[in-house]
Design a protein around this ligand. Structure first.
Ligand SMILES: [Fe+2]
Ligand SMILES: [Fe+2]
Length: 276
């Protein structure tokens, strides 16, 4: 079976690009389950019930998240009633929502999806993601052989360590949060597909999705400023993981990296067979 994981969808440009590309992937029966990180889907910061509904309607089956999940306050009550939107599993205390779910793929196979956050350079004091994921994966594997982990973290070392830690226990460990796709995708020796960061889906002429001028000015003057989502050509970053559903281990992981032309902006091509 093939799982499609779409990197952090940033604002309306990101959602529009998902709308443009995802239907053809699904029509051609190329993917059995679609997961997208939605922490930046509403105006670049957070997610709202309306934006989540828009992504679900396009064919996204599960939305994962991260540190920006809480940026729009409407999300708090929504997390308790929408199980397809995951919060970080190891967020401390007792926040609303849940960090994992099991759902049926389009071909009827149970698939577990888990979302957790790294602690290195994290903006809050999180519970240990290694212990939290070890426990959760053990529990989920009793019901689903196929397990996909979104590990939302800043430090490359922590993400690489998590890949090795979970190798042979989950189908895939997909890194998110830094918004820049890495070229280290591999199936590890135990059978876990891994990539340090899947990248982002949204404005390309931007600083990880946000308007370049604003962010550069912030680095120059160190004063707080309002971030807004950039415009212009867009990029679609994702991975496709092929999993042997009888063992839950990965056969392959392939990066998708589409960029629209700088000028004039042209449409991205919607084929899962295009290489990076
Ligand atoms: Fe993000
Ligand atoms: Fe993040």
């Amino acid at each position: 079976m093939r799982l499609l994981f779409i990197g952090d969808v940033v604002g309306k440009p990101g959602r529009q690009l998902v709308a443009q590309l995802l239907p053809s992937f699904l029509q051609e029966g190329q993917v059995d389950l679609v997961v997208a990180n939605g922490e930046n889907a509403a105006g670049g910061l957070g997610i709202t019930p309306e934006v989540a509904a828009e992504l679900f309607a396009l064919g996204v089956d599960v939305l994962t998240s991260g540190n920006h999940l809480w940026d729009k306050k409407e999300v708090m009550p929504f997390l308790d009633r929408e199980e397809r939107l995951l919060r970080p599993l190891n967020w401390p205390g007792d926040p609303p929502g849940r960090g994992s779910l099991i759902m049926q793929s389009r071909s009827g196979i149970p698939v577990a999806v888990v979302c957790a956050m790294g602690r290195v350079f994290a903006p809050v004091l999180l519970d240990c993601p290694f212990r939290a994921l070890a426990r959760e994966v053990e529990r989920l594997r009793a019901e689903a052989r196929v397990v996909l982990v979104d590990f939302h973290a800043e430090a490359t070392s922590e993400k690489v360590a998590m890949g090795w830690f979970l190798d042979g226990r989950v189908s895939a460990v997909i890194g998110t949060h830094t918004h820049v796709q890495t070229a280290d995708e591999a199936v590890l020796p135990g059978g876990t597909a891994y990539i340090t960061d899947v990248g982002m889906t949204g404005p390309w002429h931007s600083v990880i999705g946000m308007r370049t001028e604003t962010i550069v000015q912030r680095f120059l003057d160190q004063l707080p400023s309002r971030f807004d989502v950039a415009r212009g050509p867009r990029q679609f970053n994702a991975v496709v993981v092929d999993v042997d559903e009888s063992t839950g281990m990965a056969r392959s992981i392939r990066r998708l990296f589409h960029r629209e032309a700088s000028s004039p902006a042209g449409p991205a091509q919607g084929s899962l067979d295009a290489g990076p």
